[in-house]
Design a protein around this ligand. Sequence first.
Ligand code: HAM
Length: 419
Amino acid sequence: MAQPTFSTHLGMVDILPGEVEQWHTLERIIHEEAKKFNFEEIRTPILEQTELIARGVGQLTDIVSKEMFAFERGEDQYVLRPECTAPVARAYVEHHLDQRGGTQNLYYIGPMFRAEKPQKGRQRQFHQFGAEIIGAQDPAADVDIIALMMSIYDRIGIRNTTLKINSVGDPESRKIYTKALKDYLRPHLAELSEISQKRFENNPLRILDSKEQEDQPIVDNAPVITDFLTDETADHYKRVKALLRELNISFVEDPHLVRGLDYYTRTAFELISPDLGAQDALGGGGRYDLLIEEIGGQPTPAVGFAAGIERLLIACEELDIKLAEEDMLDVYIVTLGEKARSWAIKHLPRLREAGLSASMDYIGRSIKAQMKDADRENARHVIIVGENELSEGKFVLRDMKASEEVALPFDDILEELSA
Ligand code: HAM
């Protein structure tokens, strides 16, 4: 066979028939759970202004400094969105969604793009579902966001997860903590990995997140941000934890949890799965009370999460969770001869109008090949049409599972199948 000439780009994956059905089920569950929690769907463009992402996510993050798919066209700078929080915040400001009153509870499902090195659970085009509550400062919002995320995994049956939480502070606590962290790290600088040494000046908090072996003993003994929180932020964190306990949502506190995006303030969380290998975060999120002002809106508190669909599907596979039933076809019409084929094409609409899924052979295959095709399509029933059937006005209806046949007029078949 000739080699195909074209293939997808590195880290970009086709979702083929047979796989797509699982996505449908998952999307349905997300829509249903979001509705229960009173969230409305929002769809923003795939392309955003590069400056929005740079300012929103943060210039020094890996996402902005290394992983953007960005290009220019005329005067404009475009980027394929690497995440959807900054785009949703932009839409909130641009369309004055605050004027609708109350908090805005928004959710989304869609593709995101990051030029990362692909590996299991890490793609360059991947899909997220996520939700944001914009306009609420209260810890109840943080907890409702976490509850929505957890309820989706719970419905699917993924329950062996660990919810890690932390408070990454507000600017005031962060300033004092950053100084304390740098003072602690400075004498160890030469022992740190190259990447952590680079982060020391501009982004020392990310050193806590390091996966490098040589950094671990140093990171383990580092001061923790939760010891440096202002009273108000410490109280917020305390109330988030108390509410989670009241809702029986178990969590572990991880004072080294820092997220890869710069907009977080106060609550940060990640949902970890033991079934994913190195890329073990199913989802993550937190509070971002300064982002909306940062991109030109009024100061507006907000909190949200996003989760990777591909990683969720890997976890399902590991746990042997089947998201979709095998697709069945209600009726396949097997035809013998030209006349039978035109009869079939005319009668397919009546089956479909009755709510049945129905198909036929279009390419004049033998009866045997058509029966095989019906099998491959998982047909529940086959209607067999030939010259004799047409002249008698009765057609063979075969129940494929029971291997039973009856000869009936078409109207009776329709009645029987739609019963
Ligand atoms: P994030 O932690 O960057 O957060 O991404 C959320 C989830 O998206 C990850 O936990 C992971 O499951 C999935 N993900 C990220 N990158 C990849 C990749 N390259 N391949 C496959 N899956 C990936 C955010 O994006 C924030 N916007 C979350 C948020 C919403 N914070 C507040 N609101």
